[in-house]
Design a protein. Sequence first.
Length: 260
Amino acid sequence: MSLWESIPGHRGMSVLDAGAGKGLTTRMLLDLGMKPTATTFGTERDERLPPEAAHVGGVDLNARWPFADASFDGINLKDVFEHLENPAHVVRECARILKPGGYLVLSTPNILNAGSRLRLFATGFFQGWKRPLSYAKEPGNADNVYMTNLHQLHYLLAQSGMSWDAMAADPAEWHALLTAAVCYPLFWLGAWLATARVRRKDMLFTRDREDIPEAKQEELRGQQAHLQRRLRKLLLSREALLSRNLLVRARKTGGSPFDA
């Protein structure tokens, strides 16, 4: 909850606790002096949901969310994102129903932490997805099948008019600490190689390059290069390399994707 607590004037904010389940995070939001509305997939209100919180049942977060544009000051998505079939749709819906300047706080398994990278190398499975999925479960309700990494989430937020505002971290686990200590030079080199250059052919589709002046294309490449330097810092941060979960706060700014 530190990402909510550190927002100036957070008391009294209207916050959608999407996919609230039994209401644990709803209670935490209430304790911070916020005004939460909890959504659940089931139509009936769970008796464990705090009675002070509003409740909207029967909400399928894979579909259009049943709220008007600019309805909430904040949205809380704890351990929900990785279960939803279309991450891009979820981010767009969050941006739609947030008020200008509103906040999204989400947590999802951090598949790029140092321990997860070692796990992938050894087993072929990421952090949060340690073994084959149950084939008895349908995709719409599967366990952690739609895993999104840091740079994918950064891109989706940017394309929806939201900027990366802050990160937090879980207590580091020993295998992440050990792997990061041994492999940090490799991680640094890999992040640098991936972000140091902006290839002309990657910036725009061929059909678009024909219609955009050369000077404008150079301006876009410069903006992309600056963004990639910021992204490199995020990828090599303590939060990205050591935290078990990706804990992110984004803000609806309505700005250019390059300002994310």
